[in-house]
Design a protein around this ligand. Structure first.
Ligand SMILES: Cc1cc2nc3c(=O)[nH]c(=O)nc-3n(C[C@H](O)[C@H](O)[C@H](O)COP(=O)(O)OP(=O)(O)OC[C@H]3O[C@@H](n4cnc5c(N)ncnc54)[C@H](O)[C@@H]3O)c2cc1C
Length: 525
């Protein structure tokens, strides 16, 4: 059953519920866990602050959909406005916006998490059966040629010409119509988001879903979270309305995403006992490069990424030195990012392309011939989140190892774009740096000013703000996803990762959620 805000506001009465498990957040981390526990016969209440929208609501109009389903209506940014924070605010969470790239966590990253961060119970062997099951549930397959739009074809061709390792990107799709509107919510239910996979499974197994309900406060009895207090939101304004919903449960699972979870936990006053809360925040900042070609590219058709370049996923350092989480200025050589074709629809392109007035208009008139690429930086300089006077503040450093990776990513993007015939490459920065030949790349990239307000960087993959570890001194949850110092409060989302997974995170979140579901079930009487 689904209860939505409009109905609760109309009734105007406070509500009380009780369940075995209350799961907060209906994205990859929450919906999947809710489904698995409900299917085991547990009573589950799933709480989601965003609205319940279905394919009929996804009208393929960018601006409408941004306002409806994007967190902060697509306008949230880091504290110094250098990075745009992209996340979901709807039943199904960010998976309703996502590109459906579905990578298993690379074994090298899981080893690093074990060896450098001591993570237990989340090895490649432990996660392998979960990955296999999730891939079946989400119909994951390597993108075939039919899904490669012109930009994808160029990325594959360029990578092969430059000798870079390029692979078909695993996709979570079924009967995809290749409309290109993945980020606005799939109008055909083809993209296998949580909205069409684990949320319906949870409901079919008897879970109760509250949409438009913001979790605000936990009431504790000693080490046990006893009740969650939530406020119904008015969808039109996003503001809390009248009714209060109180949910009592034996266990609570916080899955409100990489930006939401540290925020919600910080608001419970847990920072003093858990100093790592809100620290170690990673976001995979994404630098883009645009390019004008003689031919039509029409980047907004078909799926975003059928081919991905894996050559630079791991950073290379001089000698054998491996560095994580520490500035490696002298040792860094190149890499530390996943490299993809970019896909933006016209309105978003208008927002991110450089310049104003006539200059901007000239670019917009050539939009069909504009291609582009994007990289997810495997960031090594952690950011942090604070909640200050009720406002969330996020700091994301662009200096040190992050800056080196950003610069190298722009360099490699320009190299590839020229290799496949670009006539002009644009870095999209405030200075509107444009170059017309490969000989100009080195100098142009060296001069790029990587500072707040100068670049367009998106951040769709937050993680780490409630990281996993053995002690409350430097982590927030244990290896069983339980918040240190509590008996029944768990976290199931990328906030628990000790560092970014080095690939798009959804499958890692889902597999970790499987481990969390086991721990929650074991903690129930
Ligand atoms: C445009 C875009 C493209 C992406 N493409 C890919 C991709 O191709 N492959 C990939 O692997 N990943 C991709 N990602 C990232 C991926 O979608 C997310 O990492 C993943 O979906 C996050 O899942 P989650 O469960 O951690 O959080 P979310 O999906 O963010 O879910 C958290 C939910 O909690 C709700 N919430 C927040 N606060 C509260 C509160 N106080 N009370 C109640 N509810 C609350 C939110 O509304 C949200 O629905 C993309 C992301 C974006 C934005």
């Amino acid at each position: 059953m689904i209860r939505q805000g409009a109905e609760l506001l109309r009734e105007g009465r406070d509500v009380s519920e009780s369940a075995d498990v209350c799961v907060i957040g209906s994205g990859c981390g929450g919906a999947s866990l809710a489904a698995w526990l409900a299917e085991q016969g547990r009573s589950v209440v799933l709480v989601e602050q965003g609205g319940y929208y279905t394919k009929e609501d996804f009208d393929q109009r960018e601006v409408n959909m941004l306002a409806k389903i994007d967190g902060g209506r697509g306008l949230h940014a880091s504290e110094d406005v250098s990075v745009s924070l992209t996340y979901g605010n709807n039943v199904g969470g960010a998976s309703v916006h996502y590109w459906a790239d579905s990578y298993r966590t690379p074994p090298d990253r899981l080893l690093e998490w074990r060896d450098e961060f001591g993570i237990q119970g989340h090895s490649a062997e432990a996660l392998a059966p979960h990955f296999a099951e999730i891939e079946r549930d989400l119909n994951v397959f390597p993108a075939t040629d039919a899904y490669a739009n012109k930009m994808n074809v160029l990325v594959e061709r360029g990578a092969r010409a430059l000798g870079w390792h390029v692979e078909r990107v695993p996709q979570a799709r079924k009967a995809c119509r290749a409309s290109g509107h993945c980020m606005q919510g799939c109008s055909y239910d083809a993209k296998q988001s949580q909205l069409v996979t684990y949320v319906p499974r949870a409901l079919a197994a008897g879970a109760l879903l509250y949409a438009d309900l913001r979790a605000e406060r936990f009431e504790f009895r000693g080490r046990r979270a006893d009740t969650l207090v939530g406020r119904v939101l008015d969808r039109a304004t996003g503001r809390p309305g009248g009714p209060v919903v109180r949910i009592q449960a034996r266990a609570f699972v916080v899955s409100v995403g990489g930006y939401g979870t540290p925020d919600l936990l910080l608001r419970q006053g847990l920072k003093d006992s858990l100093p790592a809360l809100g620290e170690h925040l990673f976001v995979n900042p994404c630098p883009m490069a645009h390019a004008l070609f003689d031919e039509d590219i029409i980047q907004w058709r078909n799926i975003p990424a059928a081919w991905g370049i894996e050559e630079f996923r791991l950073a290379r350092y001089q000698g054998a030195r491996r560095v994580f989480g520490r500035p490696a200025t002298s040792a860094y050589v190149e890499g530390g990012y996943l490299f993809m074709p970019n896909q933006l629809q016209p309105a978003m392109l208008a927002a991110v392309l450089p310049g104003f007035g006539r200059k901007h208009g000239e670019l917009m008139r050539k939009l069909s011939k504009l291609g582009g690429t994007i990289c997810w930086i495997d960031d090594v300089e952690p950011g942090r989140m604070r909640v200050d006077s009720g406002r969330r503040r996020i700091e994301i450093p662009l200096s040190g190892g992050n800056g080196e990776r950003l610069r190298d990513a722009w360099k490699k993007q320009a190299e590839l774009l020229f290799a496949v015939g670009a006539k002009q490459v644009l870095f999209g920065d405030a200075e509107d740096t444009r170059i017309e030949s490969p000989s100009q790349i080195e100098a142009a990239v060296r001069q790029l000013s990587i500072r707040p307000d100068r670049n367009v960087l998106a951040a769709p993959h937050p993680s780490g703000g409630a990281r996993m570890g053995s002690s409350a001194r430097d982590s927030v949850v244990g290896y069983d996803h339980r918040v240190h110092g509590t008996d029944n409060l768990f976290v199931s989302d990328p906030s628990v990762f000790p560092s970014p997974p080095s690939v798009d995170p959804s499958l890692t979140i889902l597999a970790f959620s499987r481990v969390a579901a086991g721990a929650v079930a074991a903690a129930l009487p």
